[in-house]
Design a protein around this ligand. Structure first.
Ligand code: PEP
Length: 241
């Protein structure tokens, strides 16, 4: 299986001119790379501009349409050519009050509309210090995937203390967490889900990226800050193929 490298641009850049330039620069960096599944997740407003690289959204609403001011439906994302959508990112949980229940509904909405959810889970620094990581992951995974029989979900382990801090999770610890997540998935949903790709995210850069794939056994990466630098992003992808 090809490693899946997801670029999460978050709420950047601030103009379509800059977004187009970044997209073109990334395209140049990765044009010869065939051995990775590369997905760019820009803000919604830039989605229509990009055609040559696989794309995903950073969020989705749980209804197909109707009186939901400000929201974007899975049908709209599909229509714009999205194949993926990030669901349950810690910034959405923290700033927009997304609960496991809401995330579960969003995952279902994405799947019903043939979008692959990139389902994010991870513990805060406090939860880690209180040795509650496993309990948190269990709650988030079981809650987010509740009621789903078979599913095509890509899971991303994103320890919140590692996101945007430059304090990436040690490869050895990340490998252990991957094992724990796999066990939770199998215990909750059966052996069939062992094929569910598990990605790592949290201060990934071109120096640490390969370790998560080649040593810790993750099937891909979710890259935030470093995906805004085309050269750095290109190096990350090159280091894992
Ligand atoms: C993210 O936004 O999911 C992320 C992992 O960010 P960063 O790479 O900047 O830590």
């Amino acid at each position: 299986m090809k490693p899946i490298i997801i670029a999460n641009w978050k709420m950047n850049p601030q103009s379509s001119k800059e977004a187009n330039k970044l997209f073109e620069d990334i395209e140049k960096e990765i044009k010869d790379i065939k051995k990775a599944e590369i997905v760019i997740c820009p803000p919604f407003v830039f989605l229509p501009s990009f055609t040559n690289i696989k794309k995903g959204a950073q969020d989705v609403f749980l209804e197909k349409g109707g009186a939901f001011t400000g929201e974007v439906s899975p049908l709209m994302l599909k229509d714009l050519g999205c194949e993926y959508v990030i669901v349950g990112h810690s910034e959405r949980r923290k700033y927009f009050g997304e609960t496991d229940e809401i995330i579960n509904k969003k995952i279902k909405a994405a799947l019903e509309n043939n979008l692959t959810p990139i389902f994010c889970v991870g513990e805060t620094k406090k939860e880690k210090e209180e040795n509650r990581t496993e309990e948190v992951l269990k709650r988030e995974i079981k809650g987010g995937l509740k009621g789903l029989g078979s599913f095509e979900v890509t899971l991303a382990y994103e320890p919140i203390w590692a996101i945007g801090t430059g304090n990436a999770c040690e490869v050895k610890t990340a490998a252990k967490m991957r094992g724990i997540i796999k066990d939770i998935l199998e215990e909750s949903f059966g052996k069939g889900v062992s094929k569910t790709p598990i990605l790592y995210g949290g201060s990934v850069n071109s120096k640490n990226a390969a370790g998560y794939i080649k040593e810790a056994g993750f099937q891909g990466l979710l890259v935030g800050g470093a995906s805004l630098d085309a050269k750095e992003f290109g190096k990350i992808v090159e280091s894992v193929v």
